[in-house]
Design a protein around this ligand. Sequence first.
Ligand SMILES: NC(=O)c1ccc[n+]([C@@H]2O[C@H](COP(=O)([O-])OP(=O)(O)OC[C@H]3O[C@@H](n4cnc5c(N)ncnc54)[C@H](O)[C@@H]3O)[C@@H](O)[C@H]2O)c1
Ligand SMILES: [Zn+2]
Length: 370
Amino acid sequence: MSYPSIHTDMPPVRIDVTTPSRAYTVAIENNSIERLRGILDEVHAPPRRFIVSSPLVWRLHGRRVAGAIDGSEPILVPDGERHKQLATVVRIYDALVRANADRASTLITFGGGVIGDMAGFAAATYLRGIALVHVPTTLLAQVDSAIGGKVGVNHPLGKNLIGSFYQPHAVVIDPTVLGTLPRREFRAGLYEVIKYGVTSSAGLFDRVTRDKTAIFAREPEALTPVIAESCGIKAAVVSADERESGLRRILNFGHTAGHAIEAVTKYRRYRHGEAVAYGMLVAAELASARGALADRDKKALFDVIAGLGPLPAIADVSTAQILDAMRHDKKVVSGRLHFVLPTAIGSTAIVDDVTDKEMREALKRVGFRK
Ligand SMILES: NC(=O)c1ccc[n+]([C@@H]2O[C@H](COP(=O)([O-])OP(=O)(O)OC[C@H]3O[C@@H](n4cnc5c(N)ncnc54)[C@H](O)[C@@H]3O)[C@@H](O)[C@H]2O)c1
Ligand SMILES: [Zn+2]
């Protein structure tokens, strides 16, 4: 498939997402959160507006979006992964009920992926669904979680087990909010960008390698095109396959082993993107052992990941535990695990016949404990 070309020299960048359930625009522009009210009016977002954010994000950037809600109080909830649970969603419902939020309401999520997923789920279920607008504030949320309509929370026994597909009315991306993002969080988002590069765009992959320093410095000329191209890929994939019955599965590249690594380490040691980085390396080793990925491309992937900076150690994480965790993955369909293998930088294949032995060997080659 082909992806839309994006002209970043003429901001704002606008990318259309067209799914059977809703069509909406992802708008990327510096300082756009300060004009949020006008943007909401343009997309006809219902007039009673509520912002859900976290105390930290609100302290850092709340002043800049407060105009969108007439200075009324935001709904603040904690945003660590361990708070991504139904109890926190109930706090959002409580605040909406107390404020008599009705069907003419818009819920605006203002935070990282945790806030977006949780508050998005609240919007999907409160009164059987009120309007939702995402204003993502982490790189991961801007390039990934705010687009595509997946909302939900974790269950004590597994990540994202409770949720829904619920597309927003709009996604408003302001790259300037990333200025306060800790370097590790920023890097975690960049691994998802690399994921898009490997699955769909050698150009994006090369750009991350080439402009790394300027991207880390969050220079708009370097960063905005990376966000825009990533959003363009996600938007195109989601538009072609909203419910992940086909093409959308390619975005799980790196996520099968990645989710298992997160689960085995109880979601504490790695940021999601870091676990995905390891997952991409595992998938590359698998593909390479099958002769499906050239050494040159495998090396390019290892180099770009190593070049971004240190990843938390894995030498004490056991291969057997990871294999076990993978058997519980949501990507297991009728007992078969679907696995996305890279076949070149910019293309993938989905297979469902990876054996335990192959997996053990790939994990060992990446450095996991026997
Ligand atoms: N819905 C989807 O399609 C989808 C896709 C990928 C990931 N996710 C979910 O996203 C979540 C991870 O999202 P995340 O990485 O954004 O984590 P997060 O929401 O926990 O944010 C990471 C940290 O950054 C802080 N933060 C947010 N914005 C900031 C800013 N501008 N400046 C400084 N600090 C800021 C937050 O307070 C938090 O401590 C996971 O729960 C994952 O399951 C969902
Ligand atoms: Zn991910």
